[in-house]
Design a binder for this molecule. Structure first.
Ligand SMILES: C[S@@+](CC[C@H](N)C(=O)[O-])C[C@H]1O[C@@H](n2cnc3c(N)ncnc32)[C@H](O)[C@@H]1O
Length: 272
């Protein structure tokens, strides 16, 4: 039996960490109730991929059907949290190859659209990771070959209106960055575990950095509902946006805080 104490309540409903322009909640995204609806300008996130990664606090090997139900629930929650002009940059796999072939990218896009998210486009992230190539199916035979694309997707979705009229309208993207990043094939390496403080499934800071500079104004509020090692909040902080992060796992929240202090020079004494 779980005894609800004042300390437990505090740890779930109050920020686990608070600093200038940074808030972290140690909680389940489905249970967060401290973030007002219609308050988020940009969501940048990468949910669990359901590929049996050994996270501390999570079963990452649900049935595909249960996984899609989970995806639907948290994307609904994020829809409510988003402003009408809010954008949603969702990093997901293109396909799932383990335990049966699945069109994850297409299925999640359809669920997002059913919720009400509007589709803008898809960025293809070329991770350049061919080392994962272990399964060929039928080697050099048309019998049953496997085709695996070493890429991930970043879906570009929005709530209601694509054109941003609110916010500071101040940009910090350079001419070259704008030209390069509006080409929807992004090529940069994935993140190793060591560089992410030991987190097993981080994306590199380059990913949220590009999303934030291309799709938000200076001073906007950025949310990552699956904070992990804190990559999104580090990029938000370095680029003068406000950042809110949620992770169900205490150890990952602690990794994110350590990285924020080191890599974004966050000072805990200056409150959000
Ligand atoms: C793919 S990782 C995110 C990694 C992150 N983008 C980074 O760069 O470090 C997914 C994270 O979601 C967290 N998580 C899983 N289920 C959650 C839930 N229901 N609510 C909040 N966090 C959850 C896991 O603990 C894990 O850290």
């Amino acid at each position: 039996m779980v005894h609800i104490t004042a300390q437990n309540m505090k740890s779930v409903h109050q920020p686990y960490f608070q600093a200038e322009n940074v808030l972290i909640y140690k909680n389940n995204i489905l249970e967060v109730d401290s973030i007002p609806n219609n308050s988020i300008d940009l969501i940048v996130t990468s949910p669990p991929y359901n590929v049996d990664i050994h996270y501390n606090s999570l079963n990452d090997a649900l049935s595909y059907e249960d996984y899609l139900i989970f995806m639907q629930k948290w994307m609904e929650k994020c829809f409510d949290l988003s402003k009408n002009e809010g954008r949603f940059l969702l990093n997901i796999p293109l396909d799932k190859n383990k335990g049966g072939q699945r069109s994850v990218g297409a299925d999640v896009t359809n669920i997002a659209k059913d919720i009400g998210w509007k589709y803008h486009s898809t960025i293809v992230w070329n991770e350049g990771n061919i080392s994962r190539r272990t399964a060929w199916g039928s080697w050099m035979s048309a019998s049953a070959p496997y085709v695996i694309a070493p890429v991930e997707l970043i879906l570009v979705l929005y709530k209601d209106s694509w054109k941003k009229t609110g916010g500071s309208r101040k940009n910090d993207i350079t001419r070259q960055e704008f030209m390069d990043w509006t080409n929807g094939i992004w090529t940069f390496n994935g993140q190793n575990k060591k560089g992410a403080g030991g987190h097993p499934a981080a994306f590199p800071i380059e990913l949220p950095k590009r999303c934030i500079k291309l799709f938000s104004f200076i001073g906007d509020t950025i949310l990552d509902p699956f904070l992990g090692s804190g990559s999104t909040l580090i990029a938000a902080s370095i680029h003068n946006r406000k950042g809110i992060g949620i992770d169900i796992d205490k150890n990952y929240c602690d990794i994110a805080i350590r990285r924020l202090k080191k890599e974004a020079k966050i000072d805990e004494n200056n409150l959000f």
